[in-house]
Structure formats: C-alpha cells, structure tokens
Ligand binder design. Structure first.
Ligand code: AHR
Length: 677
C-alpha cells in the first residue's frame, strides 16, 4: 500500500527541479540543434583534404582540382596569406578549372546528408572571388616562388555561378539558383535563396553544390546553408529539435558543459569571447569530443535558446582545469581566468552602460538575461592536482563580491568526495553526477531520503540510466523514473536536476564521415531529416509536466522486492544478494488547485495492484486522469524508423475514493492526476 498523508506538513517542491544540460557532444549542435547544414563551412576541419567537401564534374574528361589554401601562419607565402578574409576565416578552398565542357564545382555532403523537404526555402551564402592577382605581393629581397604560377585563366571567372541542392549522383536538382560573380580580386559575400517544389519527396541523400561552366580559379570561404529555423532566427536552431525541448518545459539550461567547457588542454576551453558576433568572426575551436566545434552556437545563441524555452541559464565558467590535467593554481596566474568569468557574467547580465552589456546589445540582445547560478568548472573530482579548493574560493570570492545576488555551485559533492570538498564557507549548492545502470538506479533511488538537511543543496547536474544505444531503451526509462521519484520526494534539498547527454546524431560511419556519436544512451536522437524521443525523453516530459508545488509525505507497506543479480565475482566472494523494491513512487500537490500528481513505477514483468490511501483528504473526485508509458519488452525502444513505439498514453479512471486499488501494468511509468477539491 502507498499512503499519502495529506494532513501532514508539506515541504515545497523546488521551482527549478527539472532542467536541461547541454554540450557539444554527439554532434549536438553542428549536425544537430544548430541550423547550419554545411559541414566544415570554413574548411578548418581538414587534415589533408577538406572534410565534407569534394570536387564534382559532369564530364570525367574535364580537368579541375580543389586545394586548401591555409593562410593562417606567418611562414606562408604572401600570395597564400593574402587569401585570408580575417583571422577567423584564414583557410579557403581553391577550385581550379583548366578544361571544362559541362559543369564543374565543389560539393558539400552536409552532416550525414542535406535534408530536402517540399516547399522549403533555404538561405545560402558564401564568400567567393576569382583571383586576378597574377603577380602576388613580394618584398624586393624575397625570392620568386618556386611553385608554378596558377594557369592564366582568371579573366574567365566573372559571370554566373550555379548554386544547387541536388541528389548525390547529381541527376536530380531539388532547388537551384545563380549568382553573378563580379570580376574582382577582393572577397565578396553572395546571398541567395533556394526553394524546393511542392512535390519533392523528403530525403537526406542530397548534397549542396556550387558550380561553373567556365575556366578559372575560384576561391571560396564561409559557405553556409540554413533551412527555416525556429522563430526564423538568422543564426538559429533546427525547428523539430527545438520544439521537442520547448515541450519539456525545462526551468533552466546548464551550459556549455560538461567536458566541452574544459577542453582537453587549457587552450581548448570554451572560448566564449570568440563565439560572439557575426559568424565571420568565429574561428571555431577544437572541442572535447574528437571533432571541431564551429561555435556557430556561441554564448549568445545558448542564451537565446534558453530564453526561447522560457528557462534560465545555469552558466558554467571555465575554472582553470582541463581534462588532461593541465591546470592553473589559485593565485595571480588564475586572475585572468577569474576576470574572464566576470566579463562573461557581465555579458549575460550587464546593462548597456557596461562594456560587455553594450557588446551584447550590439550583438542584438539589449535586454540582460536573468541569471542566478554560476557553476565553477566541471567534475573537479577528477582534479588530481587538488587545486579546486583554492580555485573555487578565488572564483567564488570575486563573483560573489561583484554579484552578491549570484550563487556559485561547487562541482565536488561533499558526500561522495569528503577529502576533496572545498573548505571554508560551505558552498550553497554542489553538483552531483550519476551515470548508472537500472539496477543501480533502483538500488539508490532512495539515497536522498537520508541526506543531511543542513548540508549544501544538491544540483544533480548530469545523470542517466545508461542502457541502450544510441538512445536509451524502456528499461533505462524505468531506471530514470525510479531515480526521479527519489529526487522529487526530496526536492527540498535536490533543487535542480538535468539528464545528460541531451542529444545524439544517430548516424553510423560512412566512407567520408565518421560515426556521429561518442556517448551511448542519450535522450533525443536524429539524423539530417528526422528526430525522435527515447522512452527516457517521455519520462522527462511526464515528470516535468505533472508536478505540484508541494511534496506530499507518503509511507509504503508491503512493497514487493526483487533480488539484484550478483556478478560472478560477488557470488564467488560470498556477497549476499541485495533486494531492491519493484515499485517506486512520489506524490506532489498543487496547493492552489488541490490536484495531486501521484507517480508510480512498476519495474517488473508482472502487473501490480496497489492499495492507495489518501489520508486526511476532505474530498476526492471519482474521476482521475492517468498517463502511462509502458511496453511488454523492457529492451524495446524508439528509433528513427519507429519513433513512437513507446509513448505516453492518456486515459481516465473512475470510481476513486479516499482508499482505492489501482493496477500498474508490467514495465510501466504511471502518473495519476487526482482532484481533491
Ligand atoms: O555527459 C557526458 C560527459 O560525462 C560530460 O561531458 C562530463 O561532464 C561527464 O563526465
């Protein structure tokens, strides 16, 4: 039986309990939420050849080549360095066409394809020039270059250049347009729109091509293609993914990481200052997950994303420690990093009389953003230099002195790492991370029932039940739901929580592009064309939608348990099996409306019927809404081809009284919405 004690005092549910966490992992932004469709748009993801790009020719007998011109090093000859647009756009692609009878051009494969949808208008833009500089600049004392001169064909480059979205074999053109290339040795940006016909079949087997039918030498940089974006934002977000996030009603967004905040080395930390302003100013950076980040998704885009969801940022600032162990000890050398964090906070919250507030206004957002929490670093329990104590203190003192309204979060949970926890003034909030299997989740679902109520508040800043790949299966969702009942029952101390990772591009490796993801068991999956939520996604949505503002105290009796299987080693060591409950629960209430949200998780293959007592309630409406996520096989899941195999189903039940019996199906998560007034 589960008894809800409605006549007992009720603690408040944290108003920030459910939020989101994000970082550039699994192609979350480039090839994910960020709308850009061109892979490697500024050619910096290039070892020997430009990733994502290829030469295309109508006629095999034509002679043409593409070559990267790296203009970012000062030892490079002037004629190459002269091709840089600015410090960020310092590598360009040269197309040399020496013999042509059909069309010749450069093609981009997108992020595992370019999505083609009917009646859709795409915004294309790129920098292009046909070089007419036959005699590159050279000081008198410098030797003549030994490389052979470019063919004398520049004068042919002016004229129409075709831009298209077409099938990978080039036989079907889905949308096309032209620009008229001027005769100039200087870079010029061209913009055009491409619109597909109403009868086009959706596909992602498409490429983006810029082509010519004239001889010449053509230089390209910052090639971009955007589909329609959420709220038509210029440098904006993919609509389907953004809508899925808005539908979750998150209260906050923790960004930019995760490991992505820190980078492998100090120089790879999230470079927020070079993620601002026009995309022309953004060089991108190495990232932390094996591929470069374009930083099209910059600090302002993170903030606008947060705002679009009606949420608040939880801003993580780089705190002088990177993943490979590189760090800066507290003291004068750390000061520039602390100042950088203060600048970042000013960019987010400062009014337009401040330097960085004015910069934000110049970037298009005059209104300051709301901000309450700053996280100092990420997972500093990995810090083997033991420098976090000093680093945290230095950051916290500076931030809380300048911004007393802000709360600094420590990344070292005192309960798990007592010897590493920060000393001196207790942090108001600590960030705990849990990546577990479902057995671990079931075993530890009640861990917060026994937490010290006088200790720091808890932010569960990353957690997930890791079963299933690339997205989770139902069993993982049962682990998640059980864990969430524990956080919810204890949301007087667990004030914030967010699942991680949020996104995964589900593409496997192709001949030219590697596998798209680095981390198994993610919440939302997608390819270039379609997206879907895992069973865990629907659990997140359910928990956040059906939530009261008060925790209803509850007790349970005779809840069936099951034995947790032992590993071979544990059995050999004579360890006794542990039992875990098979039913998990939490109850919250909206104090104004008198609505109770009772959540029950049944983790086993058998239907379980439970007696529910609503103790101390004056009145119960006989009719209740009931929402259930379930499936016969816990290993089943949703996929790109079966996106809605496991989704919540809503129905009503009748005949409720102060005491009633309710059946919970095998492998299910249930929310009952009960009216008490
Ligand atoms: O969520 C994936 C990674 O797990 C995060 O980047 C890191 O903080 C954690 O170790």
């Amino acid at each position: 039986a589960i008894t809800l004690h409605l006549d007992h005092a009720r603690a408040s549910v944290s108003s920030n309990l459910y939020g989101l966490m994000t970082e550039e992992i699994n192609h979350s932004y480039d090839g994910g939420l960020y709308g850009e469709l061109i892979r490697n748009r500024i050619f910096k993801d290039s070892k020997t050849s430009p990733e994502g790009w290829s030469l295309v020719k109508d006629n095999a007998a034509d002679t043409a080549s593409i070559q990267l011109i790296a203009a970012n090093e000062d030892h490079i000859p002037y004629d190459e360095r002269g091709q840089a647009i600015n410090g960020a756009l310092s590598i360009c692609l040269r197309l040399t066409v020496e013999k042509v009878s059909g069309k010749v051009g450069i093609a981009n494969e997108g992020f595992w394809g370019i999505p083609v949808k009917p009646s859709t208008t795409y915004r294309a833009s790129f920098y292009i020039k046909g070089s007419a500089r036959t005699e590159p600049f050279r000081w008198p004392w410098e030797p003549k270059p030994t490389t052979p001169p470019l063919p004398d064909i520049e004068n042919n480059t002016p004229g129409p250049v075709t831009v298209s979205i077409e099938s990978n074999d080039g036989k079907t053109v889905y949308a096309s347009g032209t620009i008229n290339l001027e005769k100039s040795i200087y870079w010029k940006k061209y913009n055009l729109t491409l619109t597909t016909a109403a009868d086009v079949q959706p596909t992602k087997d498409a490429r983006f091509v810029i082509s010519t039918n004239r001889l010449g030498v053509y230089y390209f940089n910052l090639v971009s293609l955007f589909p329609p974006t959420f709220n038509n934002q210029q440098n904006g977000f993919r609509t389907d993914l953004m809508q899925m996030l808005v539908d979750m009603k998150p209260k906050f967004l923790r960004f930019p990481g995760g490991n992505f905040l820190e980078g492998p080395m100090i120089t790879d930390a999230f470079p927020w200052k070079t993620t601002l302003g026009p995309i022309e100013n953004r060089p991108g950076h190495k990232g932390s997950w094996g591929y470069r980040a374009s930083d099209g998704m910059g600090l302002l885009e993170f903030l606008e994303w947060t705002e679009d969801m009606g949420a608040e940022p939880v801003l993580a600032v780089y705190a002088g420690y990177s993943l490979q162990g590189d760090h800066i000890d507290a003291g004068p050398l750390l000061k520039p990093y602390v100042n950088d964090a203060l600048d970042e906070i000013e960019y987010v919250t400062g009014n337009t009389t401040t330097y960085w507030g004015a910069k934000r206004a110049g970037d298009g957002h005059p209104e300051p953003f709301k901000l309450h929490y700053i996280e100092i670093g990420n997972e500093d329990w990995f810090d083997r230099s033991n420098s976090y104590d000093g680093r945290f203190k230095q950051f916290r003192d500076a931030i809380e002195t300048k911004y007393p309204q802000l709360t600094c979060i420590s990344t070292i949970p005192a309960t798990q790492y007592p010897s590493m926890k920060v000393t001196g003034k207790q942090p108001a909030v600590v960030d705990e991370h849990y990546y577990r299997n479902s057995w671990d989740m079931w075993e530890h679902a009640s861990q917060y029932d026994n937490y010290d109520r006088n200790g720091p508040k808890i932010f569960v800043g990353e957690w997930a039940t890791r079963e299933g790949a690339p997205t989770t299966n139902l069993n993982a969702a049962l682990g998640d739901a059980a864990w969430m009942t524990g956080m919810e029952r204890n949301s007087d101390i667990v004030i914030m929580s967010c699942y991680a990772p949020l996104f995964v591009n589900v593409n496997t490796a192709t001949s030219t592009a590697p596998k798209a993801w680095q981390w198994d068991s993610d919440l939302i999956g997608y390819n270039a064309l379609n997206s879907y939520g895992s069973p865990s996604y629907y659990v997140q949505k359910l928990f956040s939608h059906y939530l009261g503002d008060k925790i209803v105290p509850a007790t349970v009796e005779n809840i069936p348990v099951q034995n947790r299987p032992l590993s071979k080693k544990d059995s050999a060591d004579g360890i006794q099996p542990k039992t875990v409950p098979t039913i998990f629960y939490s109850a919250t209430m909206n104090d104004t409306t008198g609505t109770i949200y009772l959540k029950v998780v049944n983790t086993i293959a058998k239907k379980q019927t439970i007696k529910i007592n609503l103790d101390g309630v004056a009145k119960v409406s006989p009719k209740a809404t009931i929402v259930v996520i379930k499936n016969d096989k816990p290993t089943d899941t949703n996929t790109i081809s079966e996106p809605e195999k496991i989704v919540p189903v809503t129905s009503t039940v009748n005949g409720l009284k102060k005491t009633f019996r309710q059946s919970f199906p095998p492998y299910s998560v249930t929310v009952m919405q009960i009216q008490t007034r």
